[in-house]
Design a protein around this ligand. Structure first.
Ligand code: PMP
Length: 457
């Protein structure tokens, strides 16, 4: 039987892993996984891990969920793939009908790609192109929020604002106009999330006033800036942003790639503000975490601006080889069927409560500045000094110590810097949530002991 050791040796001789300093693997090798079931992953030595982060936020209903597996198997017997230009197939038509039905009213057209970054770039290109087709070629810039994240390809990276990923490539990127994030953690002492949201919305309005003539769209992650350390904000900001975009003639692109499909407690985060964006980007959980697929939904008005005689050159000539792949669409249809049939979003309300309760004690930890939660996303911000929220120097990599401790205890809790978070599949039970909370607490205790203590320990 293949051993972990052998797998690691083969892996490290040929792979270059994503988002990784490969030298770290000299002291901490990658963990080869042989199988998955529900929230659990199992390695080649039979050790099991709770996937608390849904494998980069993609898994919704557990690993190897049987309905999704069966749907992919059935589709495999029929048609694996076909070009989507000039051709069509049932899974993509059905998925589009479903997405139009379940997303905010007024989004009526679906365009597909195979990853989130591509979806973001499609929305940006469509917005720019819409204004160009409408006689406004001067609207060439994007507006974004500080601390936002929209992907890694050059266009998507330019749309985001997380320095760790972006700064190195700055010479390759077009700069957006950046409005300050409504992140509730960044508020003044005593300021409520709603007050901060209102203040930031005023600032956004002023910035739009100044730049609307050159800006095609505002892009944002509704309610939670996930890769930006799971910072959260009040829905009021979305309502105000929608109004401001309308007032200033700027599109609103909602990037729900990470927060869509129930992560924030509602099927889509935009619902909590009662808004409809002009573009909605979906990805990750769309296929339940089985296959790569992303989608951009837009309004009929936007679609109509491209609809013309070919000779007028207004068409959106964008394509990816695997656009609307039937296997991925079958997985997505099965995922949406299970979400609806089993009333998963409603059932999650209990899990949301359990997550809050299990982490209550951590709120008083001397090195925890904030325990925040929006629906099925819960984040714990570890700091050196909670009185002034002074962070640890990033070079100390304290979050990494929590990660390592959690792995030793059978939990995959990959932090974002010093922010430990849970974003689990929707099949996690109360006991597993309690385990995550206990292990996170122990990890934070270990990682925040000062050097002298650690030598003694
Ligand atoms: N937008 C958001 C909000 C994301 O969180 C991510 C991925 N973490 C992306 C876009 C990019 O998606 P992908 O990794 O599939 O390109």
């Amino acid at each position: 039987m293949t051993t972990t050791e052998e797998m690691v040796r083969r892996d490290l001789s040929v792979l270059w892993h994503p988002c990784t300093q490969m030298k770290d693997h000299e002291s901490w090798p990658p963990i080869p996984i042989r199988s998955g079931s529900g929230v659990w992953l199992e390695d080649f030595d039979g050790r099991r891990y709770i996937d608390a982060i849904s494998s980069w936020w993609v898994n919704l209903l557990g690993h190897c969920q049987p309905d999704i597996s069966a749907a992919i198997r059935d589709q495999l017997e029929q048609l694996e793939h076909v070009i989507l230009a000039g051709f069509s197939h049932e899974p993509v038509v059905r998925l589009s009908e479903q997405l139009v039905r379940i997303t905010p009213a007024g989004l009526s057209r679906c365009f597909y790609a195979d990853n989130g970054s591509a979806a973001v770039e499609i929305a940006i290109k469509m917005s720019f192109h819409y204004w160009r087709n409408q006689g406004h070629p001067e609207k060439t810039r994007l507006m974004n929020l500080s601390n936002s994240y929209h992907g890694e390809t050059l266009g998507a990276l330019a749309a985001g604002d997380v320095a760790l990923y972006k700064d190195t490539y700055a010479p390759l990127l077009r700069q957006p106009v950046t409005a300050p994030s409504p992140d509730a953690f960044s508020g003044e002492p005593g300021e409520t999330a709603a007050e901060l949201a209102a203040r930031r919305a005023d600032e956004l309005d002023a910035l739009l006033e100044e730049h609307a003539h050159e800006v095609c769209a505002l892009i944002l992650e509704p309610l939670v800036q996930c890769a930006g350390s799971m910072r959260m904000y009040h829905p009021l900001y979305l309502r105000r942003a929608r109004e401001a975009c309308d007032r200033h003639g700027v599109h609103l692109i909602a990037d729900e790639i990470a927060v869509g499909f129930g992560r924030t407690g509602t099927l889509f985060a935009c619902e909590q503000a009662g808004i409809r964006p002009d573009f909605l980007c979906l990805g990750k959980g769309l296929t339940g975490g089985f296959l790569p697929l992303s989608a951009v939904l837009c309004t009929e008005e936007i679609y109509a601006a491209f609809y013309d005689d070919y000779q007028n050159l207004r068409a959106f000539l964008h394509s990816h080889s695997y656009t609307g792949n039937p296997l991925a669409c079958a997985a997505a249809n099965a995922t949406l069927d299970v979400l609806e049939r089993e009333r998963v979003i409603e059932a999650n309300q209990e899990r949301i409560r359990w997550m809050g309760e299990a982490t209550r004690e951590l709120r008083d930890h001397p090195h925890v500045a904030d325990v925040r939660q929006t629906g099925m996303i819960l984040a714990i911000e570890m700091v050196r000094d909670r009185s002034n929220r002074e962070p640890y120097p990033w070079t100390e990599r304290r979050g990494q110590q929590v990660y390592r401790h959690a792995l030793s205890q059978g939990c995959l809790l990959r932090p974002l810097g010093d922010v430990i978070y849970f974003m689990p599949p929707y099949v996690i039970n109360r006991e597993e949530i309690a385990t995550l909370a206990r292990v996170a607490g122990e990890g934070i205790d270990l990682a925040t002991r000062d050097r002298g203590d650690r030598r003694r320990g």
